[in-house]
Design a protein around this ligand. Structure first.
Ligand code: AHR
Length: 656
């Protein structure tokens, strides 16, 4: 309904915009600082949903590399060629290696030809012409054999686009690797591992990575995806979620200690989004934790974001099993929180600080915040929260605790938690809003009357839903992005209360998603930023350091004629920054009265706009809605600008 109304408006708006209007005068008081804006104001929410980690930012190309899926040979098929033959056994050594029990034993029964395995990758493997790839395997010859490996990458029509050879020599487990180049770019390539020479060989951790990754770290992260995060200059990185923290059941909760160290020792588990939506079932979705807590902390550091880990508080997802740990058995969960703080901040004389040092990072990660629970609600959460808060605060009084206010921004559960946590003196409250675009436009004043002395607000997960939450038809369209921009002017205006905000979820594979909308979409080779991403990016890059008053008729600008606005100073660059959002169908003739500053003659303007509410970006057309730069004359103490319908503008004026 809302979307239809918006679209109908578009054509009318184009007509109306032709009429000249008397300019409305918006007053800016650049010498009256209202509140500083925290460096953490705009950040990133990361969760392994929609193949964000495995199959996404974690650049491993082999799916089920360690044969730990419920069906251990999932993603693998046996192959024969040129008269070769053999068979595969799946061995479970759970007593000796409980964290990585399965490996395969391959019997090559013929001297002639080749027997082997092919891996389908994550909806195929994205391979680029001229790039180098690193194949590796843990292997041991079983007895006096000399089984040789021929590695092949197959592209479209089974064309061979890369080859390598390797012969594991030892009778004990060892890691072998070889590098080779690809001769073609292919979106859905396959990996073949051919075995030749009669005998038996054991194999595990069969892996293929591009050499070029983020910062070219071996077995690292996809560079194009992390670059998009870096380009946002985020203030914080929240990880690892989201509901994935909780697990459908406690057994499958996120346990950070199992995600660090050698990757072959990180226990794989089913991804909770594997089975969440029957209509978006993803039976091949598991967590290898190749992207684990060390990688999260290092990525945060790389992109200049403050790390914000969210930990399980003894509760499984309340939308699913809602399992609870008995209160007298919370200790391992509490230890996970306390040990994590030591892991992040402790020096090498501490147990966990030493582990971080041994893992190659002697410098602390400077952890200042930690989340206790994700979207919990009910008195059972409060009970557990109290135990966590007491334990954390008594050992680490300076670490701020992020407390959940449930999945909705209002209602009985929200009100109860909001009141309770305020009464208990909580540091930061985590509010989530997945709602129609209208909700975002209507709630731009949400924080204007919040208690200034109470807890700080973290808008921890939000996204406008074009249809409804969890609808598979939700789109990352311009109407939603523009509504988010309108709402964000209210966050920024209230930066004394709202200290952090992040859109959610972050990533989605175009062939492997469960949830929509998402900030960044990708396939195996490319990625694109949504209009919503550009809104987030423009706010982040242009947040400034201090909010200053911007008013229309002595009121904040939050919906009059469909317009929303905020202004800030950037003390570092000596600029005034104005953000103006016109969600209406009518062009706005705007005059800013510039009090308290003296500006150079030309302002820089960035415009994000579209006359179509349903406009989207895509792999084929990644910049359909994207920022456009221009300049504007400043007329002494006045700045006049015509803001077209459905537009978000950022105007930067340099002080003389
Ligand atoms: O962002 C997707 C999901 O939405 C998150 O995992 C959860 O916290 C929320 O319900």
């Amino acid at each position: 309904m809302i979307r239809k109304a918006f679209l109908t408006f578009c054509s009318a708006g184009m007509l109306l915009s032709a009429h000249a209007q008397t300019p409305k005068v918006y007053a800016i008081q650049a010498d009256k600082i209202k509140t500083p804006i925290k460096s953490t104001m705009y950040g990133i929410f990361f969760e392994d949903i929609n193949m964000a980690a495995d199959g996404g930012v974690y650049a491993e190309l082999v799916k089920n590399r360690s044969f730990e899926f419920n069906m251990p040979l999932a993603a693998w098929t046996q192959q024969k060629k040129d008269g070769g033959d053999g068979r595969i056994e799946v061995i479970n050594r759970s007593v000796e290696r409980p964290e990585n029990p399965h490996f395969i034993k391959a019997y090559v029964s013929s001297d002639a030809g080749f027997f082997g395995l092919a891996n389908e990758g994550f909806r195929g493997m994205g391979i680029k012409e001229g790039e180098e790839y690193s194949f590796s395997v843990m292997a041991k010859q079983d007895g006096d054999t000399n089984v040789k490996l021929n590695v092949e990458l197959h592209g479209d029509n089974d064309a061979i686009i890369g080859t390598a050879e390797l012969t594991p020599t030892d009778k004990e487990w060892n890691r072998y690797s070889v590098k080779f180049k690809s001769s073609a770019t292919v979106k859905k390539a396959k990996l073949y591992v051919w075995l030749s020479g009669k005998g038996t060989i054991d194999m595990d951790m069969i892996s293929l990575f591009p050499q070029h990754t983020w910062k070219d770290r071996p077995a690292g992260l996809r560079a194009d995806l992390v670059q998009k995060l870096a380009d946002m200059k985020p203030g914080f990185l929240r990880f690892p979620g989201g509901c994935i923290v909780e697990g459908r059941e406690l057994n499958n909760r996120y346990q950070w200690k199992k995600t660090i160290g050698n990757v072959d020792k990180r226990t794989n588990i089913i991804n909770r989004w594997n089975t969440e939506f029957a209509n978006r079932s993803t039976p091949d979705y598991y967590q290898t934790f190749g992207l684990g807590f060390m990688e999260y902390f290092m990525t945060a550091e790389d992109i200049g974001a403050s790390p914000l880990p969210i930990l399980n508080c003894g509760m499984a997802c309340e939308f699913n099993t809602a399992e609870l740990v008995p209160m007298d058995q919370l200790e391992p969960y509490l230890n996970d929180a306390l040990d994590l703080i030591e892991f992040a901040n402790g020096d090498a004389s501490t147990k966990w600080g030493k582990l971080r040092t041994d893992l190659g990072h002697p410098a602390p990660f400077n952890l200042k915040m930690i989340g206790v629970g994700n979207e919990q609600w009910g008195p059972q959460y409060v009970e557990r929260w109290k135990v966590f808060t007491k334990a954390i605060k008594s050992k680490y009084p300076d670490v701020k605790i992020v407390s959940a206010l449930g999945p909705s921004p209002d209602g009985k559960e929200f009100d109860m938690l909001n009141k309770t946590f305020r009464g208990l003196g909580a540091d930061i409250l985590d509010e989530h809003y997945y709602a129609p675009p209208k909700w975002f436009r209507d709630n731009a004043r949400r924080y204007d009357n919040y208690d200034r002395k109470g807890p700080k607000i973290f808008a921890g997960e939000y996204a406008a839903q074009s249809v409804h939450t969890v609808s598979v038809d939700n789109k990352n369209n311009w109407e939603c992005a523009l509504a988010e921009a309108a709402f964000m002017t209210g966050l920024e205006r209230n930066a004394d209360v709202v200290n952090m905000a992040s859109y959610a979820p972050l990533f989605a594979h175009v062939d492997g998603w469960q949830w929509t909308p998402n900030l960044i979409w990708f396939d195996n080779l490319k990625s694109y930023a949504t209009p919503n991403y550009y809104v987030q990016q423009l706010f982040s890059l242009n947040k400034g350091t201090d909010v200053v008053p911007l008013t229309l008729n002595n009121d904040v600008v939050a919906g009059q004629d469909g317009c929303y606005a905020t202004a800030s100073l950037d003390k570092n660059t000596n600029e005034l920054i104005i953000k103006f959002v016109n969600t209406g169908a009518t062009a706005q003739n705007v005059s800013f009265k510039l009090n308290g500053g003296s500006y150079q003659k030309q302002a820089n303007v960035t415009t994000l706009s579209s006359d179509k509410g349903n406009a989207e970006n895509s792999i084929e057309n990644p910049t359909a809605v994207s920022p456009v730069q221009s300049t504007l004359a400043v007329n002494g103490k006045a700045l006049n600008i015509n803001v077209e319908p459905y537009a978000f503008k950022v105007i930067r004026l340099k002080n003389k």
